[in-house]
Design a protein around this ligand. Structure first.
Ligand code: IPD
Length: 266
C-alpha cells in the first residue's frame, strides 16, 4: 500500500462514502426520483445524497475550506477549494448503464493538488497527488505508449446541453474518426479521463464540461505522464470547459485536429 497524502486520504474517504450511497440506490433504480435541471440534464435524489455524504466528510476534516459542488454550488472562501461531482454520468446511472463515478479534486491557489475518481460498479479507485504519480487501487498507472493515431482509441463526449456546439463537434468527430482506430462515448467524463490516465484510452476531448466533471481526471492524466489543454493548447481548460488530452504523442496529433475545427467555427 503506497502512502497517501493526508488530504488525499480524506478525499478517498469522502468518495467512498458517496459511492456507498450510489451503490445502495443502484440496487433499486426504479425507486429513484429523477428531475430535469434543463433539457437532457438530469439530477436525482442520489446525486444530492451522495454530494451531502461527501461534503460531510470534507467539512468535518477541513471546516475552513471552500467547496464547489455540482448540485449545491459554491460555498466558503479559502485558498483551498474542493471540487465535487458526486455522480458523474447521471444519465447512465438512471438507465442502469454501469458507467458512472464520484469525482473529487482539491485546488490550492489555482493549482490542482489532489484528485480521486471512484467507480463504485467496479470498485476502481483512481487517485493522484501532485508530484506523486497516479494510481488505480494500489497500482501505479501511466498513460498508454501508443504513438500512432491510426492505432489510437479516443474517448469523447457529445454536446447535449449546449447544442450550439453541435456543428463544430460533428466536424471534429469526422476528423478524429477518420484518423484513428476508434472513438468511444461512454457517458461519464470523469471516468473517460481516468481511462486516459491508465492507458485504456489514448486520448479524449469534449466541449462544454464543468470543472467538477474534469478537475480530478485532469490531475490524474498529468500525474500519469499525459498532457491536458484547452482547444488553444493552453491551460485554461477548467475555466473554458473545453478539454483535449492524451498520452504525449497522441495529444500532439489530436490537439491540431480539434483546434483546427474549433477555429473554423462560425
Ligand atoms: C456529464 C458526463 C458526460 C459529459 C457531460 C457531463 P453529469 O456529467 O460527464 O459524459 O458528456 O458533459 O455533464 O452531468 O452526469 O455529472
Amino acid at each position: 500500500m503506497h502512502q497517501l497524502h493526508p488530504m488525499l486520504t480524506i478525499a478517498v474517504k469522502a468518495a467512498r462514502r458517496a459511492g456507498a450511497v450510489i451503490s445502495r440506490a443502484s440496487r433499486d433504480i426504479d425507486a429513484v426520483t429523477v428531475t430535469a435541471k434543463r433539457q437532457s440534464d438530469f439530477v436525482t435524489e442520489v446525486d444530492k445524497a451522495a454530494e451531502a455524504a461527501a461534503i460531510d466528510v470534507l467539512r468535518k476534516a477541513y471546516p475552513g475550506h471552500a467547496i464547489l459542488a455540482e448540485e449545491s454550488g459554491a460555498s466558503g472562501e479559502s485558498e483551498y477549494t474542493w471540487i465535487i461531482d458526486p455522480l458523474d454520468g447521471t444519465t447512465n446511472f438512471i438507465h442502469g448503464f454501469p458507467q458512472y463515478a464520484v469525482s473529487i479534486a482539491l485546488r490550492h491557489r489555482g493549482i490542482l493538488t489532489q484528485g480521486v475518481i471512484f467507480d463504485p460498479t467496479r470498485n476502481e479507485l483512481f487517485t493522484a497527488s501532485r508530484g506523486r504519480g497516479a494510481f488505480l487501487n494500489d497500482r501505479r498507472i501511466r498513460v498508454a505508449k501508443r504513438a500512432h493515431m491510426r492505432e489510437a482509441l479516443i474517448g469523447t463526449g457529445f454536446p447535449f446541453r449546449e447544442l450550439g456546439h453541435l456543428e463544430e463537434y460533428v466536424r471534429m468527430f469526422k476528423a478524429v474518426v477518420s484518423a484513428t482506430a476508434g472513438v468511444r462515448r461512454a457517458g461519464a467524463a470523469a471516468l473517460d479521463l481516468a481511462y486516459v490516465a491508465c492507458g485504456r484510452l489514448d486520448g479524449f476531448w469534449e466541449i462544454g464540461l464543468a470543472p467538477w466533471d474534469m478537475a480530478a481526471g485532469c490531475l490524474l492524466i498529468l500525474e500519469a505522464g499525459g498532457l491536458v489543454a484547452d482547444f488553444d493548447g493552453d491551460e485554461g481548460y477548467l475555466e473554458k470547459g473545453h478539454v483535449v488530452c492524451g498520452a504525449p504523442k497522441i495529444f500532439g496529433q489530436l490537439l491540431p485536429i480539434i483546434s483546427a475545427e474549433y477555429k473554423r467555427r462560425a
